[in-house]
Design a protein around this ligand. Sequence first.
Ligand code: SF4
Ligand code: SF4
Length: 422
Amino acid sequence: MKDTTKHPCFNKETAGSCGRVHLPVAPKCNIQCNYCNRKYDCVNESRPGVTSSVLKPFQAAEYMDAVLEKEPRITVAGIAGPGDPFANPEEVLETMRLLNEKHPQLLFCLSSNGMGILPYLDDIADLGVSHVTITISAVDPAIGAKIYSWVKDGNVVYRGEKGAEVLLERQLAAIKGLKERGIVVKVNSIVIPGVNEDHITEVSRVVAELGADIQNMIPLKPTEGTPFAEIIEPGHETIGPLRKEAGKVIEQMTHCKRCRADAVGLLGNDQSAALCGTLKACSELRPIDINAPRPYVAVASREGMLINQHLGEAKEFHIWGKNEEGGFKLVEKRNAPVAGCGPKRWTDLAATLSDCRAVLAAAIGETPSLMLEENGIMPYVVSGFIESALETVYNGGNMEVHKGRRGSIADACCTGTGTKCG
Ligand code: SF4
Ligand code: SF4
């Protein structure tokens, strides 16, 4: 059972011990807010909509592994852009699915403008998303029209009050639908002097009536290149009394850090600059094509004649292929990925052996076995002469005959899941 109190944004008490990571998998947006400029990319720029790289779902899953290794206090995986999650629903749902598979203990969180979320309410509930933020800065289309320059519904673009009205309808329905599914809802409201500061407590009242759990009033951060660039950022003297008034109807968040779309770490100790290189490296990972031709077989062997090493202890793999005469030849030796904790070692190995149809070793742990198989590489726990086993791999036959006395997946000599090797 997940502990939903471990979300540092929804529960201030845990902000010093529980962290969050934003996975930047959603580049497109379906509305245009007059304060948003997502083009600017700088690791020193801390505001929503900014990220140093955009990730594909499989890259986000790799990044998550790396982040947890470096900062195990992360309890929340969220998607907050750099655009809107539901302008990129396939990427977002696939990311959540992968995370749910690999890290079911994490809390999953989404932050949206609410425009496109309605068709996906059941999906996100099924995927275990426990917290959703909807940004609502006006509940009057006349005021909304000053905040949004356009709103896109499928192929139709709405402007002015009509756009604000369509958006508002979706936002309010989203809160209702999320609460019906037992999801914790936060409403972010951007306080924009001269535009909505006299209206923001009305937003609080309306969303509280619909059951929203908490409101986060965020002072506008004037951003270069936007229509609101010249508005002066409201200070505590503006926000404080508004929060006090709104606090009579809905709990107020007071510790928001206005995070980037790739924020990571504790709220008071953001590590997005430190993990920027890891994020970039993950954004450059290529998917493993499981349908690519696989001419070779990898073998864990000490001397190159017998299959006599455990997968986890092999520092290199002997790569075998067929020769012109129909026999077998050693093509090369390939270094194994550096041993370390976590499943990344095995995804790296799958990438290293992406042109191999099988790997032969004297023992293989359960986790690497599953991960290799998922990536189209058959793991065989066998022993004896390499060429004899290759005969069966290439020409078909029963690999059982090559099993040694003790050979089996997760052999007794290879304890554990394989994720802790070396
Ligand atoms: Fe930018 Fe978010 Fe507004 Fe989209 S919804 S324009 S990403 S602030
Ligand atoms: Fe939490 Fe505010 Fe950062 Fe969102 S922007 S993750 S609400 S601190």
